[in-house]
Ligand binder design. Structure first.
Ligand SMILES: NC(=O)c1ccc[n+]([C@@H]2O[C@H](COP(=O)([O-])OP(=O)(O)OC[C@H]3O[C@@H](n4cnc5c(N)ncnc54)[C@H](OP(=O)(O)O)[C@@H]3O)[C@@H](O)[C@H]2O)c1
Length: 337
């Protein structure tokens, strides 16, 4: 238990945007707890990042049942941080969790069935110590479970009071359309759609992003920094302690290719002219699209989070800057995916 008191004036430092056609506003920058908040990580750093985020108007924290490692430990740590520091502030926070990826042993521990989602949300509520999640997501379309089954479960979760809003993540367009239609008919519209989106991965521009907008769903981008590739982290090799240097299977050393580093170097030059770091510009670039509600950043230190928040100071691009970025990205198109 420490004596943390949230900063006064914290809401002046952030911009908020309505999430799709809902009445819920999200901060332009949200914080994700996929990496660096697990039981293998430094708890003090994790707690400091949550406090720093809240002090700077980040009201939205994104979790999933399996975040760690070990799986579940990010939720447990977040719950402990809330309990020790944020008593009385629950109503100022939007906390999301998800289910659908591998979490426990056996045939019910990692898919999008009713059995998995119902058990999972109860586990996540217990781990975090929360009474409800603000947003609960189906983490993925699993390719087998009928979408009706998953979506009906999300609707029931809202009706049971375990979540206020629901969302989908990584659904292919056909299944996403079905989900949007079914939720709307049930009177529990899809608040938000969560997909990977960055200068290095623009797949959602073709279908998922316009589709979400068509149905009035908000859109939140994950891995907007391409897990660190769109920052200065790898400009001079793979530093010790970075995600690519760790044993994580998510960003492997082999994915830090000379071509990607060269693109980052060229983009970094544009960022420098704009008076920003590459990380700041990469976030501003994602947020340039009107349909984007928020970006979920990851961070391994308060300094990185502080840098990312600076993006808010310069979100606009000139047509020339956007053009220049397009040219760099298109000349390396085959290397950056
Ligand atoms: N729905 C889904 O399936 C899904 C999938 C993935 C992620 N997500 C969500 O999205 C969140 C963000 O994902 P992500 O962590 O991949 O996002 P990201 O913002 O693209 O990458 C974060 C990593 O980039 C590096 N970094 C961040 N800021 C930096 C800065 N200013 N300067 C230098 N390096 C910086 C850090 O790497 P180092 O650790 O090397 O320092 C940090 O861990 C997750 O926490 C999760 O909530 C959802």
């Amino acid at each position: 238990m420490d004596n943390y008191q949230p900063a006064t004036g914290r809401y002046d430092q952030m911009k908020y945007k309505y999430c799709g056609k809902s009445g819920l506003q999200l901060p332009l920058i949200s914080l994700g707890l996929w990496h660096n908040f697990g039981s293998v990580d430094d708890f003090v750093v994790a707690a400091d990042m949550i406090k720093y985020a809240f002090d700077h108007g980040i009201t939205h924290f994104d979790l999933a049942n399996n975040y760690g490692p070990v799986p579940g430990s990010a939720e447990a740590n977040f719950g402990r941080i809330l309990k020790e520091n944020f008593h009385g502030y629950r109503d100022e926070m939007i906390i999301s969790s998800k289910a659908g990826h591998d979490m426990w042993a056996g045939p019910y521990g990692g898919n999008s069935s009713r059995k998995n989602l119902m058990a999972s949300i109860d586990q996540s509520l217990r781990r975090t110590g929360l009474e409800y999640f603000d947003i609960f997501y189906s983490h993925r379309y699993d390719g087998v479970t009928p979408v009706e089954e998953t979506i009906q479960t999300l609707i029931d979760i809202v009706r049971q009071g375990k979540a206020l809003y629901i969302g989908i993540s990584k659904y292919p367009p056909r299944q996403a359309r079905f989900a949007y239609e079914m939720m709307a008919k049930a009177g529990v519209p899809c608040l938000i759609s969560q997909y990977r989106y960055s200068m290095f991965d623009r797949a959602v521009e073709a279908e998922n992003l316009p589709l979400a907008a068509e149905y009035g769903s908000g859109f939140i981008a994950f891995s907007p920094l391409a897990q660190g590739l769109l920052t200065d982290r790898y400009l001079n090799g793979v530093p010790e302690g970075s995600r690519a240097a760790r044993s994580s299977t998510f960003l492997q050393r082999s994915q830090v290719t000379p071509e990607k580093v060269e693109v980052a170097r060229q983009l970094n030059e544009i960022a420098r002219r704009r008076g920003q770091t590459l990380a700041e510009m990469a976030l501003a670039w994602v947020l340039r699209d009107e349909r984007m509600t928020s970006v979920i950043v990851g961070a391994s230190s308060v300094n990185q989070l502080a840098d990312n928040l600076q993006a808010l100071n310069h979100l606009e691009f000139t047509a020339e800057e956007l053009n220049e970025i397009e040219q760099i990205l298109s000349s390396y198109k085959s290397y950056i995916k």
